[in-house]
Design a protein around this ligand. Structure first.
Ligand code: FAD
Length: 390
């Protein structure tokens, strides 16, 4: 095992070694398959830069940044839409930052024909601004987005929304948002380093080990937060078992949809998960304090700010993955706060309702974190050596 990471993941219920084995042997292979299924590979998202902050910023000026949208009725025809050349100005001239919106009509047949009980609220108000993105065509990786614009977003996420707890802080609830953002940040950085544009002139992509060490591995707390976030999201998925099991994974492609359903069941009822890490994170223990309802409201408010900040990410592909993963985290929070705990009666008393897009975001987020955890695990001896060097 990786020497620095022994014992229990902080505030969680499983140790690092168990998480690594469970992830590598069972969860990661299942998730990798799951995210390629038609249900999970298309994400509905509003990609316009609609930043409510920093209005003077020319980089993130509303609709200028967007590729023109296709009206819904065009979806029945398969077509490829070339990127308008002026779109690149929003990506600082970097093609790798742009989102491929090649429309795959197979994705929409089921979505249009099937009445979807999950998409009922805010999406409808601006559905004309929504676009469908094939996540498989748009891997999260290096885009060249950097500098003050990117830094400003991370700074805001940390300083305004989840103030770093002081060492004397005794209330673990307050740490949760910080750790979730930090864990997500680590995972994003892992993906940037794992799939990096090493040589621009020859368009050569590959792993950037120095970056991986510098940004994540030599900061044990960032690695720990990543494991924490992984277990947090995994717990949300297992807690939503009853819902996810009966949900309709219908895209109109019967064979593929059966496979999706089977993979979901394998994930939820994996014997190894049930025995090795049945409760990956104990939200009941964490949120039992007197501050319960106020805490929920506070976290909700902070989390809304975090989501709003995603509209300010000045690189389209980063915005896509930022939005997806923040929505995934929001879904995890919603599940952990809303599913009633049988033993204590904690949590909201209504039954859990998720939108289709929330389920897609949740599972894709879990997969991203799973990939990052696997990357750290796979380079175990290297990580250990690095820690010794410190
Ligand atoms: P940054 O990663 O910008 O970090 C800023 C500061 O935050 C660091 O100096 C450090 O003090 C602190 N910090 C860093 N990591 C952690 C952590 N895990 N926990 C706590 N504190 C930390 N770029 C891409 O190439 N591809 C993408 O897909 C992509 N997606 C992005 C999505 C979002 C939402 C945002 C805000 C940015 C994204 N970026 C992406 C940009 C990328 O995250 C970096 O901002 C950029 O590469 C510059 O990195 P940096 O070295 O300046 O440090």
């Amino acid at each position: 095992g990786t020497g620095k990471y022994k014992g229990m993941v902080e505030d969680c219920c499983c140790d690092y070694e168990t998480v690594d084995n469970l992830n590598s042997e069972v969860l990661n292979p299942l998730l990798q398959d799951l995210v390629t299924t038609p249900f999970f590979r298309y994400f509905k998202v509003k990609l316009w830069c609609d930043c409510p902050f920093w209005p003077d910023d020319g980089m993130c000026r509303l609709r200028d940044c967007s590729v023109c949208e296709c009206p819904e009725n065009e979806f029945s025809e398969p077509f490829k839409r070339p990127l308008p050349s002026d779109d690149l100005k929003c990506q600082e001239g970097k093609p790798q930052a742009a989102v491929d919106r090649t429309i795959d009509n197979r994705a929409f047949r089921g979505w249009v024909e099937t009445k979807n009980p999950w998409t009922h609220d805010d999406d409808d108000t601006d559905s004309g601004e929504m676009t469908y993105v094939n996540l498989q065509l748009n891997p999260e990786r290096y885009t060249g987005y950097t500098g003050p614009s990117a830094r400003r977003i991370w700074d805001s996420l940390y300083s305004e929304n989840c103030p770093k707890y002081s060492s004397g802080e005794t209330c673990p609830e307050k740490k949760v948002l910080y750790k979730l953002i930090s864990g997500l940040h680590s995972s994003i950085s892992m993906h940037i380093a794992a799939d990096y544009l090493l040589d621009e002139s020859s368009n050569q992509w590959g792993q950037n080990m120095d970056l991986m060490y510098d940004r994540i591995l030599r900061h044990p707390d960032r690695v720990r937060n990543m494991y924490f976030t992984y277990l947090f999201v995994l717990r949300a998925v297992t807690k939503a078992t009853a819902y996810l099991e009966q949900a309709e994974y219908d895209t109109g492609n019967h064979a593929e949809d059966l496979k999706t359903q089977s993979l979901i069941k394998q994930l939820l009822y994996s014997p190894k998960l049930q025995t090795a890490c049945p409760v990956p994170f104990d939200e009941v223990k964490l949120w039992q304090g007197q501050s319960g309802p106020e805490l929920k409201q506070q976290i909700q408010k902070q989390f809304r700010n975090i989501s709003a900040l995603m509209d300010c990410v000045g690189c389209e592909k980063c915005r896509l993955w930022g939005k997806l993963q923040v929505q995934g985290l929001g879904t995890a929070l919603k599940i952990l706060f809303s599913v009633r705990n049988q033993e204590t009666g904690d949590g909201d008393h209504q039954t859990l309702q998720l939108q289709r897009n929330e389920v897609i975001a949740l599972v894709n987020l879990l997969n991203r974190l799973s990939e990052s955890v696997k990357m750290v695990h796979d380079m175990g001896p290297d990580v250990e050596r690095l820690m010794e060097d410190q």
